[in-house]
Design a protein around this ligand. Structure first.
Ligand SMILES: Cc1ncc(COP(=O)(O)O)c(C=O)c1O
Ligand SMILES: N[C@@H](CCCC[NH3+])C(=O)O
Length: 461
């Protein structure tokens, strides 16, 4: 019996895990809000996705591997599109971008937010219509801005005075009139981890509303009349559940819109409220649906515009995590299981902080299940860790796994579609995993697994 097997040391479990994990759960159950929509347990208990058994996927593609449920991702695109019909939904590519995903979101009628030249290159090479691309970033280089102009990118979201000057010079040279939004820092303290909140005053993004630089930037663009100011942009942070932050932000940014009208008799036709909509990583998370979000955001914008006698602008949003996050799980193989007497059971998998840095970086919570079988043994409270030379190399801080979890088992961690592969590293010279897309019984590689040869090829010394 393992150290923390429920029943044996049940009374101690709560002192190690969070309060909500004090009651052992059915380790074989799949809580629907945590898993891609086509995931189920097959007849003998192994997970299936898109009709394929994960054991077959592991045998064919190796582990660790990110498994993308294409139907899930596409259906989330459709959910946002229909909830925000009449608005523009920009998928925030920073969550996860590769050419196959660009094609999926393009086919589903979404727009795309990119924030570097690299993301722009991926988007263009996958055939994303440039006019449906929005280009973000607090430090876009002259080269990046020139490339965006030459490609005909639809919106550039300007973030600094330096950028306005750079873009104005490039536009004059080319005799073009790029459409821009001004990114506004609205001063909202979003209820999320401080590293992923972006609208409080003391940070690098945007122009301050309170300090007056947002108004000054907007008026300068209007007065110079080289760039076409389409509207204002606000993004308050990421993994946010409390919609009141979006409401305050919309109110404040519309207040600025009214100030611009009053100063220059210009009514800006667009408003981008950014992304940041939270998803479920554990059973404790209860995200809003796109329908609920749309209803709330539209109501607030309409009410505020009525109060300020503004025409309701064309709205856009930028969900990244809420589209890609739930569509992917990471499939690992268990390598070692270690009871640290009286403390906890450590289950080591063949990846770790190099394929999912979020636990170490943001103290993020994840869930996990044994994917290759079910078990009738009692649950133990376990910690899933990686293979890196770092004690903070934790993938899942606390999860109930079956007491007989053992080397060779496949372990699946859901909710890894956003900010996992896109933030992956080669720490300890571990090659980054590939991504496979599964749909209707067919699996295909959409991002190739790195090899040691790839790593050696960079090392030219
Ligand atoms: C400007 C902007 N838009 C959209 C997003 C996407 O956020 P999320 O993936 O939380 O929806 C981000 C990231 O926080 C962002 O910085
Ligand atoms: N990388 C962050 C989100 C940042 C989004 C970009 N501003 C995360 O994993 O939650």
């Amino acid at each position: 019996m393992r150290a923390h097997e429920a029943g044996a040391l049940h009374g101690d479990i709560g002192s190690r895990g969070p309060a909500w994990l004090r009651t052992p759960v059915d380790v074989n159950a799949l809580v629907p809000q945590l898993w891609p929509r086509t995931v189920a347990r097959g007849a003998d208990g192994a997970l299936t996705v898109g009709g394929l058994d994960v054991r077959t996927l592991a045998a064919e593609f190796g582990t660790p591997v990110y498994v993308l449920d294409e139907e899930d991702l596409r259906s989330r695109c459709r959910d946002f599109r229909s909830a925000f019909s009449g608005d523009d939904v920009y998928y925030a590519g920073k969550a996860f971008l590769c050419r196959a995903v660009v094609r999926m979101i393009n086919e589903e009628g979404l727009h795309l937010d990119v924030c570097t030249g690299g993301e722009l290159a991926v988007a263009l090479s996958a055939g994303m219509p440039p006019e449906r691309i929005g280009f973000h970033g607090n430090n876009k280089s002259v080269t990046e801005l020139a490339r965006a102009l030459d490609a005909g990118v639809g919106r550039i979201i300007v973030d600094s005075v330096d950028e306005i000057e750079r873009l104005t010079a490039l536009a004059r040279d080319r005799e073009v009139r790029p459409k821009v939004l001004v990114r506004v820092t609205v001063g909202v303290e979003a209820h999320t981890h401080e590293f992923i909140a972006t609208a409080h005053e003391d940070q690098k993004f945007g122009f301050s509303l309170a300090g007056g630089s947002a108004l000054a930037a907007a008026l300068r663009i209007v007065d110079e009349d080289v760039l076409e100011l389409r509207g204002l942009h606000s993004h308050i942070g990421s993994q946010i559940f409390d919609a009141s932050g979006f409401e305050v932000s919309a109110r404040r940014v519309l207040g600025l819109q009214a100030q611009i009208r009053d100063a220059r008799s210009v009514e800006l036709p667009e408003l981008d409220l950014g992304g940041g909509f939270g998803i479920a990583y554990t059973t404790q998370d209860d995200p809003s649906t796109p329908q609920e979000l749309a209803k709330r955001l539209h109501r607030i914008v309409e009410d505020e515009c009525a109060a300020l006698a503004l025409r309701v602008p064309h709205l856009s949003i930028e969900p990244g995590r809420a589209i890609a996050g739930p569509a992917v799980f990471t499939l690992y193989q268990v390598g070692t299981v270690k009871d640290v007497d009286g403390l906890r059971t450590y289950v080591s998998v063949d990846g770790g902080m190099s394929d999912n840095i979020r636990t170490a970086l943001y103290d993020a919570s994840y869930s996990a299940t044994v994917a290759s079988r079910t078990s009738t043994t009692p649950p133990i409270l376990a910690r899933v860790v990686g293979k890196h030379c770092e004690s903070g190399d934790i993938v899942v801080k606390d999860e109930f796994l079956p007491a007989d979890v053992q080397p060779g088992d496949l372990l699946a961690v859901p909710g890894t579609g956003a900010y996992c592969r896109s933030m992956a590293s080669n720490y300890n010279h571990v090659p980054r995993p590939g991504v496979i897309a599964v749909r209707d019984g067919v699996a295909r590689v959409i991002v190739r697994r790195e090899t040691e040869d790839d790593l050696l090829a960079l090392d030219v010394g």
